[in-house]
Design a protein. Structure first.
Lengths: 539, 539, 539
């Protein structure tokens, strides 16, 4: 323990003395290389691309592949004209920009007071200018005046563009032209590799969320493209930076507040937002943070200079061994969805090391003993839920394999290509036709895709109701009960014997024999008796 | 496009030069006329009034018809006595009032600084005084000192009232005595007419929400009046103004914040509040708006002077073609509830013009192309959901018409008058007895009244999880699966043939014949064979 | 009424003149007596303690019984060393403490301005010092310098501790050493007695919530201890004070904000938080309170000095007859869960007096007539829901008693000890195996434990959607429909006769006879006729 403390103290000294150590990496690789790799990795429409066509709104979710400038405004427009005209046509966007850092670089450059929480932006601006000089976009020693419409929607430093030809919607690489460090950090998520192949390389991550989106079979196969594009509205982080730094303020302070994550990280299959708010972390944020914390300070100074007295999404998930970066997957363990392939390997060093890294994170405020105890409880609680789900899975799959689901033999259409039929499959959350899915399958799909995940998220975000009585465990119990109930009924209806592993056909045959043996034999006896009576009377 | 931009610029100039153009209308019609029409349009207890009696609390939801002063305080009380006594008996109400604009008119009148966001109230106060002079309630040139208890709970300018005889709970007209412009704006919602009669004149709107309430059959018929009055708690905007401007601050700044709408606009059948919060609009409001925006400025100056960088409920729904008013229905299209009668007529100019008006609203911040693409996707997504709901509707109605619902023939009580029985009717959300409704009907009622509406609200409020995986589409899929499952089971139980449109009686008859033909023929043969054996032995 | 007003005015005078009248009680009983009684009342592991073992994290939920210092840090550490080391190892905890009142007692002591909202803390500090002097922990007239790590995690005033031997996690008594008044107030909840024994003495309350927790059969019996400890995460108020005053700020201002209650008071079985937020009380809090109210003032000055224009959880639930205290059960009526035993006794003086006390609370802002009308409506609405639930209860219990639940005779495992099987029991929310519970039982368990409670909480917190259409009544209708549907199906499947109170065995027997009488007689006749034909042909 004492060594640990000493190590921590040394570590803190180290971090404070060399705050930019993590950014040094950017020099190893040029912006051009980064950008080339970014486009090379980008899936475009993805492997199912021939099955769907983009609808108009999707040009904003994936501008690289789908955006074309409108032809309603033609001709050359200058840097100044962009601003003047958009002050009138999109005043909201204009005013947001006008009050942003982008429009007020001199305020940063001339900031006199080192105690201003935004003082760090001075060095950041110098870094950006250096970066642009390296790319030949600024002369050595030249200063950026401002970042206006044309720099992002045309090209950095452009004097004018052809509105109907050159207009672009900025992608990650466009933002990365200036913000190369952050671009490099974010793209480094693609390097993540799972020790037992639980997820394929780079997944799950913001850096590959568009690929994950378009290569999901039911997403590609759904006829309702306007519903499907709802998935894109979150799964576009691979394409753009405005998911967290919203237009046209692009505020770092905004992106440091938990609400920045809430649009995507809420709801039935990843309710991190609700869990955070209802944890004690959330209470402190809502009662103290909103009024008193300074979100202008960089994350590394959150506690010391920002006055944070509780964590935010950002302070935990951007951090790894005391360093903050746009790579959010460095401590990922259960990732998006608890599975046996993870549960069975938690003692592997890959997972153990990450648990250790989490303990270090929690130890910003809690004792290592508290952190370890809590994380272990959360692991075991997650595994307990997984066990229930796996038991239900077998029951539902057996019903499917035995052909006992309602309408399974008479009215079970195939899901749309490239999707394939399966019992309780993911596609059944987004597609239904005839008796596919049956009710019991949908309950099971909710169980593995919603209940177990909410259990896990509730546990790890320390929201007690989120994993005991409101979400998570209690929901697992309810869905388990529905599944077992239905299993009993369907099997009783099909003949109880099918429970013994007999095929339904054999069971049906035997049931028939049983019926004959019981009812008809009795019937026959009665009839025979009747005949005897009739005959005896006849005589 | 260029013409559009020029038009927009001219329009903005126009709006800024003549900010009160929209209010000019008030002069066309006197307060007395407005008031007379208001009472004339008011339904009182409504057309089912003989079926229910108000419970005590309802005197506060509809004071016009139900309020009577308490007899516990008798005698004449002066303007000053009201204040002195209520400082003690209801200190919370007193202090709220004491810090309100009503109690501090001189602060408004003597405001020196035109840059104060509340400076516009100076002109508003003058307008109110003019209005009161017109009504003979102030002498020409006389100034209002303050607005105290007696002005609203007695009559404007009264010196004293008889507490047990004259005390009133203010209704819209009472507020309108001073706030005539706002009263006129709000009442103008009644003029709304739907091109194909999708809703009756003036509906749905705040201005007629009490009528909608009391003329809903199940509301009038329910025995549980204490539950029914819960509907009144929102459906009283036709009666009173404190739904948005809460007692006793009556703050415009409060009413401009999204939370002002949240008490009524949340939950299973109109979750606008949740959708807003979880959209990126909501993120910006929560991360930037709460701290930095100035809600004291009027809506028309929200972007330019208020610092808004995202919309609120109010900036979108009070706006129409650049003008702001208390008439919130001028851009209504899908209204409360998507129906085929709307879906089938979206290309009608009435709907097209309103879509255009929405595009103008969105274009405050977004490009027209973005706005058009998004609105079209939202329309089509809504229609996709409607299609699923309509398919389910047919299935449930067929079960009802075929008499196949559980207990339908043995234990289906009629709903209370004036309600009439129907498959999956609205009343089934609020009333249940015996086997009415059956489970499958309730699922369908949830589908059309909750799932489809949430889908639509999620789409139009740009909350991705609100229409894809948490609410909306995924719920529709689940409810569809339950309905199809149940349909298959009930029809199989009743004999599969009923699916072919045969009446259940015929089906039952044929099923009997089939049974005889299959089981009994076999039985007979077995018996006959037995007899043969018996007889042959006998011989 | 006039007398009431006079009484109120006198009362207010009285309260303002003698703000500390309620605290006088503390002198009657010494800290030592309080502490002794606290430990004497504490259940430790409770009556089922032999059935479960604590897991590591539980040492933080009940430190008194389970906490042992870590052995990783050994040796003696001084008051100063604690602080220096923890500044490095747990910087978040350190900085929270550093900015807290505990670390800045001199700022309180030297506060010059009586208008500072925290001025009242000056007297509080003197009271604490007096208390410590009484216990011999300070010399007469000696001042506390600060409250550091060692005072709470060792003992008040200690110079040094053995880290691996003396370290404690503070419990209620440890906080009570200084905060004796608050400790006494909180402990006085144990004196609550219900007039008809609806709850056992002292229940439900924060002061006995750990006992309630560990003596709940299913909590003690559950195999999944990591899930069960989720209950502890709220049910630890009996053990510790940091549930409301979170570590390491221990802020009174934080604990006065509604979010302080939200971690525990949310969700399916006690959604007070959601109801508050969605009521008009919540709107005012969110739109005005967050920005303008001063939470540093004590609750008794909330309206007059704090600027509150709406209630918080604290202003209503800490108040009783105008006085504020940490005893929150003095106005409890329906408590946690509406039951017939409460509904049937509301006219008893115990309940009537408390209703009167509530009216006084509401009358801070509302008229007594409004308060009375609303509270009566809420009572009656709650009773209406209870009636529906009780009807459903009979149906489910009859199914259980008749042995008709799916799998009841073939696959219904007993719940874990000490739990006992029951239809729709509480345990079925947290445990499921085989066909226990059946689906219909779980629906019923949700009904009584969730729907009715949400109805009641929605009514009393004035959230209209919370008791009409989203939660409460509409959910009761849905669950009732599911239960009646299933009842009809199960009884039809078992032979309709079982509905007449006949035992299933008798019913089955008669069903068999009926079948023989109907089908087989007909079959026999047909066969006989066939035989006649055959025979006649043979002749």
């Amino acid at each position: 323990m004492l060594t640990k403390i000493l190590k921590s103290m040394l570590f803190l000294l180290f971090v404070h003395a060399l705050p930019s150590v993590a950014y040094a990496k950017q020099d190893d690789i040029s912006f051009q290389q980064l950008k080339d790799k970014y486009y090379q990795d980008h899936p475009g429409k993805g492997k199912f691309g021939d099955l769907w066509e983009p609808i108009p709104i999707q040009k904003y979710w994936n501008p690289k592949d789908f955006y074309k400038p409108p032809t309603t405004v033609t001709g050359e427009v200058t840097r100044e004209q962009c601003v003047v005209c958009h002050q009138s046509v999109t005043p909201g966007a204009f005013h947001a920009w006008q009050n942003s850092t982008h429009a007020n670089l001199d305020k940063i450059r001339n900031m006199p007071n080192a105690k201003d929480p935004r003082f760090y932006k001075k060095a950041k601006l110098a870094e950006v200018e250096q970066q642009l000089a390296k790319q030949g976009l600024l002369k050595e020693g030249e200063q950026l005046k401002d970042v206006g419409c044309i720099d992002c929607h045309g090209s950095v430093g452009a004097k004018s563009i052809q509105h109907d030809k050159d207009l672009v919607m900025p992608d990650r690489a466009q933002c990365g032209t200036c913000h190369t460090t952050e671009f490099a950090e974010a793209e480094s998520e693609k390097e993540q590799e799972w020790p037992q192949g639980q997820w394929s390389k780079g997944h799950p991550s913001h850096a590959m969320d568009w690929k994950a989106n378009v290569e999901t079979a039911i997403w590609a196969g759904m006829a309702e493209r306007e519903i499907a594009q709802g998935c894109d509205m979150c799964h576009y982080q691979q394409n753009k930076c405005d998911g967290c730094h919203t237009r046209h303020t692009f505020s770092a302070a905004e992106a440091r507040q938990p609400e920045a994550c809430s649009t995507c990280h809420n709801g039935v299959d990843h309710n991190e937002w609700e869990n955070y708010l209802l944890s004690k972390h959330g209470t402190v944020y809502l009662t103290q943070g909103k009024q008193k914390w300074n979100f202008e300070v960089p994350l590394k100074d959150a506690i010391t200079k920002g006055g944070y007295t509780a964590p935010t999404c950002q302070t935990c998930h951007f951090e790894f061994e005391g360093e903050y970066s746009h790579n959010l997957v460095r401590k990922v363990r259960w990732a998006f969805n608890p599975t046996p392939a993870i549960a069975d390997n938690l003692s592997h060093p890959w997972f153990e090391d990450r648990k250790e890294a989490w303990q270090q994170t929690c130890s910003n405020c809690h004792s290592p003993s508290f952190a370890e105890s809590y994380l272990t409880a959360a692991d075991k609680g997650t595994i307990a839920g997984l066990k229930v789900e796996q038991e239900a899975k077998k029951v539902v799959e057996a019903l499917y394999n035995d052909g006992l689901l309602p309408g399974q033999k008479t009215n079970r259409p195939q899901p749309p290509k490239p999707e394939k039929d399966a019992a309780g499959g993911f596609f059944q959350l987004f597609w239904a036709k005839g008796n596919n899915p049956s009710h019991v399958e949908r309950v099971y799909a909710d169980m593995w895709e919603h209940d177990v995940i909410k259990l896990y998220k509730g546990l790890f975000h320390a929201n007690p109701g989120g994993f005991t009585y409101t979400e998570g465990w209690s929901e697992l119990m309810r869905d388990y009960a529905i599944i077992m109930d239905e299993n009993t009924k369907l099997r009783e209806a099909a003949g109880k014997t099918a429970q013994n592993g007999e095929s339904p056909t054999r069971a049906a045959l035997r049931e028939f024999k049983d019926a004959v043996a019981s009812r008809y034999v009795l019937g026959s006896l009665l009839v025979a008796a009747g005949i005897v009576v009739i005959r005896s009377r006849k005589r």
